[in-house]
Design a protein around this ligand. Structure first.
Ligand SMILES: NC(=O)c1ccc[n+]([C@@H]2O[C@H](COP(=O)([O-])OP(=O)(O)OC[C@H]3O[C@@H](n4cnc5c(N)ncnc54)[C@H](O)[C@@H]3O)[C@@H](O)[C@H]2O)c1
Length: 420
């Protein structure tokens, strides 16, 4: 077969790092997307992904990478990896429409001998029960005429230490031969492949990882609320507990969970468990606690202002850092939105400062952006540190602010600075 070693469907946060590593390993890679703006940007050497520089993209293009809207590349590919979004619908149920759409496109072009891998995070059973029947409409049979596998992506946007290459890659095949073929594929550019017996085990591994994070974040968030009332400095207790060299992993409280994974993925698992007729109580409890954090932050802002004899109504509130993670531009599911909504509802005059976000609006209303941090701190009645980008000068925040609520536990507390 001539053509491509690999076609990646979905050129986002997951698809592009994969394209980068595969191209660097010498594979001929095509990228297929439905968004013409992304395809044009990539072919023009303009990256829209935090972890992929324009220089990385230039090197990829020189190495033969090409982005396209034309699905006919699929028929010329040895391996096809699907990395399309798996969000929740309006009723908080898994929305597999992109996975189904991409899989239908693959089925229309599928050739005998191709390896098809799903990487999108999804409920256990999706590869076998949703993707396989669609693919087999091609007339080809999984495990016989083509190989089928699931391999969860573990990419951590903004993580300078762990990328695709040095993060072990879990792989589950529809058959043992599918597993071996997919393991050999990833082994070309990932240092350690972790084969598991089936696609469901691989799907569940990913959901376990993210549910574990979600539940442990909820644990410290709930503790933050009652420790404040008990007069206990939880941040100090967490540091003390984390000196234990075994059996404890450090999680920190915050204004809520964000990003595409932590707030979304556990719902995929609770959806599956609900089909058995009972709830996944840990996930539902964690969701309830984490979703309540933005409103708790608002209550604490209200309390701080009250101590200064000010109402929220008419007070100027500066939000520092509105992305869901430090040092990246990704705003998906950021808890800054519900915090801002609640403060606006109470009549606060909001502004924000974030070097990664040039424009920010809440429910269609643009929020004024402050470019000069020192000036913004001095004029705000209260500053809320929502995200600790490393460029923020913490000493300046402590010195210049009138009042600060520090939701990240990085400032020194004083009569003007409170921690969550
Ligand atoms: N972002 C992360 O940190 C991360 C980490 C691990 C796993 N994941 C999972 O990986 C999957 C992809 O997430 P992402 O963050 O890369 O999403 P993304 O939104 O950044 O990118 C997805 C891309 O898929 C394209 N697309 C949508 N439908 C398509 C179709 N039918 N055919 C072709 N292209 C299509 C979109 O245009 C977009 O460019 C999700 O299941 C997510 O849960 C994400």
């Amino acid at each position: 077969m001539t053509g491509f070693d690999l076609t990646i469907i979905g050129l986002g946060y997951v698809g592009m790092p994969l394209a980068k590593e595969a191209t660097a390993a010498g594979l001929r890679v095509a990228g297929l997307d439905v968004d013409p703006r992304k395809v044009d940007a990539l072919n023009a050497g303009r990256s829209y992904i935090d972890d992929l520089t324009d220089a990385d993209l230039d090197a990829m293009i020189s190495g033969g990478f090409t982005a396209t809207l034309d699905a006919s590349v699929l028929a010329q590919s040895h391996t096809i990896v699907i990395c399309v979004p798996t969000p929740l619908d309006e009723d908080h149920r898994p929305d597999l429409s992109a996975v189904e759409g991409a899989t239908r496109t693959v089925a229309e072009h599928l050739q005998r001998g191709t390896l098809v891998v799903l990487e999108s995070t999804t409920w256990p059973g999706t590869t076998d029960e949703v993707a396989r029947p669609i693919l087999e409409k091609s007339g080809l049979v999984a495990g016989v005429d083509f190989h089928l596998a699931f391999s969860p992506e573990r990419i951590d946007p903004g993580n300078a230490k762990f990328g695709l290459r040095n993060t072990p890659k879990v792989v589950g095949g529809y058959t043992s031969a599918c597993k071996d073929r997919a393991s050999a594929f990833y082994g070309q550019f990932v240092e350690r492949v972790v084969p598991v017996s089936g696609t469901r085990e691989a799907e569940m591994a990913k959901l376990l990882e993210n549910t574990y994070r979600h539940v442990n974040i909820a644990l410290v968030n709930e503790m933050a609320i009652f420790c404040d009332e008990l007069g206990v400095n939880l941040w100090e207790s967490i540091e003390a507990a984390s000196t234990k060299p075994f059996g404890f992993q450090k999680f920190l409280p915050g204004p809520g969970v964000g990003g595409h994974c932590i707030p979304v993925d556990p719902s995929y698992l609770s959806y599956t468990v609900r089909k058995l007729g009972y709830p996944f109580r840990f996930v539902e409890l964690a969701q309830e606690i984490n979703e309540r954090m933005p409103s708790y932050v608002t209550t604490r802002v209200q309390r701080l202002l009250n101590q200064a004899r000010k109402p929220v109504n008419g007070s100027s509130v500066l939000l520092l850092g509105v992305t869901y993670k430090p040092d990246i531009a990704d705003e998906r599911e950021t808890p800054a939105i519900p915090v801002a909504e609640a403060l606006l509802e109470l009549g606060a005059e909001l502004s924000f400062c974030d070097p990664y976000v040039k424009e920010w609006s809440v429910n269609g209303a643009p929020i004024p952006r402050e470019a000069d941090l020192a000036e913004a701190l001095a004029k705000a009645d209260v500053t809320v540190l929502l995200q600790q980008h490393s460029v923020f000068d913490l000493d300046l925040i402590e010195e210049r602010s009138n009042l600060v609520l520090d939701t990240r536990g990085v400032l020194t507390t004083s009569d003007r600075v409170e921690r969550l």
